[in-house]
Design a protein around this ligand. Structure first.
Ligand code: ATP
Ligand code: MG
Length: 399
């Protein structure tokens, strides 16, 4: 077992010594067998939450109604979830009731895909009830059990299938793919926030074109905010090579660029997707910068107003389209800005008021803007006396 499991092994041993079963499950098992890096470890156990809490001194109730307790051991937290079945799927959404069970098989059966339904014992033994190992070898995403039924139970699984296709670069098994095609309209029943998580993971995966191809071919896109009639625009993404995005704001900016959204349309689109206000703010900065890169009109003022983060994000998006500037060229251009924030201006509102030429009000703001712009564009040196003299002149002209 990879080193990341080593400190967790005693935790599983302790549960077993108390007479229960405990396994590593889910993504960490799949990724270990694939030789991919693991970001978190999930543990499933036959012990009920109260029993886990009796075994370990330090625990946190992170989701006790779903059977999840975090065990704290040597400064690390381990999410431990009691084996469970899910029942009462209503409205094609995740069930409102979970039932704790003592059988690992029952727990694995409720999982979405065979490659996600593997369990790993502390001693390295793999439990594979659904041929997940074969599918891992064949690079296949295949539903556990009947795809139709499974997507009826929880329609989000269809988005999960396409995001794993992207994350792993796997194919979706034909029967599972057919199940998605048939049930795609059920996605409309799922909370947008949950679709958003999977869509972002799709866009940020290793093989996004592979996941996106399935997202389009199955018709899932039709049940996503703002994408219903965008098949052509989305398909345009399939021909991009060198798709390499580093974060969510780049991913959303790329989608906005691809859909041809500008100005207010960007905020409206992203609000439908219920992304955070902070993300909307970022994307609104990035998209116009991408346009400037595309048109080769990127100005000092664009760089100044966008800020370094948005400039880097925009350049990354532009790269996908081949509208790229050299990273070092754009960095030099940014570094060459005389000031990088209005805080660096040699005068501020107070200085101008004390100087006696201007009173608080709209004119003051205008003059400061003009000074900032002139300094950014290199028309004025950022020096107190120069700026004060110019401010006096502007105040007279405009006042
Ligand atoms: P990642 O590396 O992206 O976190 P993961 O496989 O760990 O991948 P999670 O969303 O963290 O994915 O879910 C953990 C496990 O829980 C999955 O591997 C799967 O076994 C199960 N699971 C999660 N969501 C569902 C679902 N909607 N239906 C069935 N099983 C699910
Ligand atoms: Mg996970």
């Amino acid at each position: 077992l990879p080193a990341i499991f080593t400190p967790a092994r005693p935790v599983l041993q302790k549960i077993e010594q108390a007479g229960f079963e405990a396994y590593f499950v889910g993504g960490c098992v799949r990724d270990t067998i694939l030789g991919d890096p693991i970001h978190d470890i999930d543990i499933a156990t036959s012990a009920y939450p109260s029993e886990i809490k009796a075994i370990f001194k330090r625990t946190v109730d992170t989701g006790i109604e779903h059977g999840t307790v975090m065990i704290l051991d040597h400064g690390t937290g381990y999410e431990t979830t009691t084996f469970r079945t899910e029942s009462g799927y209503q409205d094609y959404r995740r069930p409102d009731k979970v039932t704790f069970v003592r059988s690992l098989a029952e727990d694995l059966k409720r999982r979405d895909f065979t490659i996600n339904a593997l369990a790993l014992r502390e001693n390295g033994e793999v439990i594979d009830l659904f041929d997940g190992l074969t599918d891992l070898k064949k690079h296949l995403i295949r539903a556990v059990g009947d795809p139709n039924e499974r997507f009826h139970e929880d329609a989000l699984r269809m988005m999960r299938a396409v995001r794993f296709a992207s994350k792993l670069g796997f194919m979706i098994d034909p029967a599972t793919l057919a199940g998605i095609k048939q049930n795609a309209p059920l996605l409309a029943k799922i909370a947008v926030e949950r679709i958003q998580v999977e869509f972002e993971k799709l866009l940020l995966g290793q093989q996004p074109v592979s996941g996106l191809k399935d997202f389009i071919a199955t018709g899932l896109y039709q049940y996503c905010p703002g994408l219903a009639d965008q098949k052509d625009a989305l398909s345009g993404l399939l021909v991009l090579n060198n798709w390499q995005l580093a974060n969510t704001q780049q991913a959303w900016a790329m989608i906005c660029v691809q859909l041809g959204l500008t100005g207010q349309q960007i905020g409206r689109f992203l609000k439908q997707w219920k992304t955070s206000n902070d993300l909307i703010k970022q994307v609104k900065k990035i998209v116009p910068l991408v346009a400037s890169l595309r048109n080769n009109t990127l100005s000092a003022m664009d760089l100044f107003e966008g800020g370094w983060q948005a400039v880097q994000d925009a350049n990354q998006v532009a790269k996908l389209y081949g509208w790229v500037k050299d990273d070092s060229e754009i960095e030099n251009q940014y570094q060459a800005l005389p000031i990088k924030s209005s805080k660096e201006l040699a005068v501020d509102g107070r200085t101008l008021i004390v100087d006696g030429q201007l009173k608080p009000g709209p004119l003051l703001g205008k003059v400061l803007n003009d000074l900032t712009r002139a300094v950014v564009q290199g028309q004025l040196t950022n020096d107190r006396e120069t700026l004060l003299a110019t401010a006096r002149q502007l105040a007279e002209e405009k006042g």
